[in-house]
Design a protein around this ligand. Structure first.
Ligand code: ZN
Ligand code: ZN
Length: 262
């Protein structure tokens, strides 16, 4: 059994919990740690879990909304830490003061086994040093986790074929971004090919990934200023061939309930 719960999604801090069950074995991974340890602890308690229940944390890239509190989390819990070499360099991992063998290097195309959970990292086009996003599986069903990318490259499309569930960035509506008070350089960065996915680009990606067993799409990493859930839902639903109300949206501050992948 594979299930996941987003604990917060967006510039205020990202964290997603993925849990795999195999017989009596339960394995839990935190993807990104942009929430303070205190806040994370509170949200885990609300999900009937504790900080110590997390086996490992996977950091997708060095932007503060993803890695911001990972050091404190890793030091407090002793959980294994996974990230690319480039991300480790970019966030000065050598100074994190981790325990021996607590850090593990993740690489594009190399599977990682964490108990009952298997991860398949893949590179994405984003303005970070060596960003990786993930496909997660319990060996039966597959979940794709994809935030922070500027466009859906063919490598991304290849890596996420035949997923049963997707947590997918729908960052902005181009018109709202163009009208916003953001400085010009930032608008250019966000809309650029190494920035973030617009609703239209996310919908295009869904068109390339949709198949009869894709049962759940969660729109994530929505900009609070430059997007609205209904805009993301309607475009993604059109591409997926479902109703807008069937597209779930991760609340930037509250995340989502648990979703079982099936
Ligand atoms: Zn981000
Ligand atoms: Zn980023």
């Amino acid at each position: 059994m594979l299930r996941f719960k987003n604990l917060g999604s967006g510039s205020a801090g990202n964290a997603t919990l993925v849990e795999a069950h195999c017989g009596t074995q339960v394995s839990r991974l935190l993807i990104d740690c942009g929430l303070s340890v205190r806040e994370l602890g509170k949200r885990l308690i609300a999900a009937d879990l504790n900080l110590e229940d997390i086996d490992a944390v996977f950091i997708t890239h060095e932007h503060a909304d993803h890695v911001g509190h990972a050091r404190a989390f890793a030091q407090k819990t002793g959980a294994d830490v996974w990230m690319s070499k480039g991300t480790a360099l970019a966030c000065n991992l050598a100074e994190w003061d981790l325990g021996p063998e607590q850090f593990n290097v993740a690489r594009d195309g190399e599977a990682i086994q964490i108990g009952a959970l298997q991860l398949h990292p893949f590179t994405v086009p984003h303005d970070a040093r060596e960003p990786l996003q993930l496909r997660c599986t319990d060996g039966d069903v597959h979940l794709g986790v994809l935030t922070d990318l500027g466009h859906g490259s063919s490598h991304v499309v290849q890596a996420l074929q035949h997923c049963h569930a997707l947590l997918l960035e729908c960052n902005h509506d181009p018109a709202l971004l163009a009208q916003s008070s953001y400085p010009g350089f930032l608008k250019k960065r966000i809309a650029g090919p190494q920035g973030h996915l617009s609703n239209e680009e996310s919908a295009q990606l869904i068109s390339a990934l949709v198949h009869p067993s894709l049962n759940l799409i969660v729109a994530a990493h929505l900009s609070e200023r430059n997007n609205r859930p209904d805009l993301a839902q309607s475009l993604v639903a059109m591409a997926a061939g479902c109703q807008a109300s069937e597209i779930e949206v991760a609340d930037p501050l509250l995340g989502t309930p648990w979703f079982k992948v099936h």
